[in-house]
Design a protein around this ligand. Sequence first.
Ligand code: SAM
Ligand code: SF4
Length: 321
Amino acid sequence: MSRCEGFDFVEDSFGRKIDYARVSLTDRCNLRCVYCMPETGVDKKECGEILRYEQIDEIIKALVALGIKKIRFTGGEPLVRAGAADFITQCIKKYNDIGFYITTNASFLGGYAKQFKEAGLKGVNISLDSLSLGNYKSITRGGDLYKALEGLHKAMECGLPKIKVNSVLIKGTPEGQLLEIANLTLNYPIDVRFIELMPIGSCAAFARENYMKPDILFDIMPGLKPVSPEDASSPAAYFKLPGAKGKIGLINPISCKFCHSCNRIRVTADGKIKHCLHSDEEFDLLNGGIREIILKAASLKPEGHNMEDRSITRDMKRIGG
Ligand code: SAM
Ligand code: SF4
């Protein structure tokens, strides 16, 4: 690991600049997506085991001092945590050089979209795997599609910037359902990103059994044309349908690794730094100086991930994507 002249950003030992942190506010969620957590026996952290907002603020302060330029709040579902919207709003106002984003299932976004827009949130990723009531309900094990769509529409109506829909590719998904999601880009200025199903935690076996190659998207949308990404460090390869307002992204961590351009670290709700999504190595922020622990984690960031032979033990809802 080397620190650069002027101490304004952290570089890992492979020369990658680390300037993006994903910060999980909670491991809890109102949904139970089939690829993210088990249906029952969900292991929840008690309140005392989750970072308090003051502790998260201390961590953000340290991240910012180390040159982090972009922070994405995630979960579990970030907006189920009491006070989350106000905390996010305060962070946006306090650290005004930093771009703040959220990733959410949008069930509660409708109530906060205006507040986030006024505060200056830079973008929102919304998880939406189906536009069919029944399929959405079964993938999320009980979720209400109308609430998610209300969140999406409120985000657009309030003018939140950079709205992206994230959709996980699951074997057996009807082509029509994939097209319906992709066609959102025809009518709205939003991006839709299809994500390869990754084997993670207790859902690893589900992911291995239900992996679907992204190639199908080119078969069902032969008109897709490649376009340049806005952000070179984006893990997505972007395409567009003819006449579309938004782009279609493919995030292929399995078939097309993007580790060489990985610029991120993750902070879990229980106070661990993860330097790589697919590594079990974690660094406890509550066990020493925050700045030193962040630097150590960055210095040990692996060159690339390997999820072919083994998967990590922590569930996705306890990381945040
Ligand atoms: N609850 C929020 C949401 O769903 O947007 C934030 C947390 S969720 C863990 C973040 C992202 O991870 C979602 O877009 C979700 O689809 C994705 N995800 C969860 N498990 C996954 C898996 N096994 N493979 C690929 N993506 C996954
Ligand atoms: Fe909840 Fe997001 Fe996981 Fe679905 S993907 S269960 S919404 S944390």
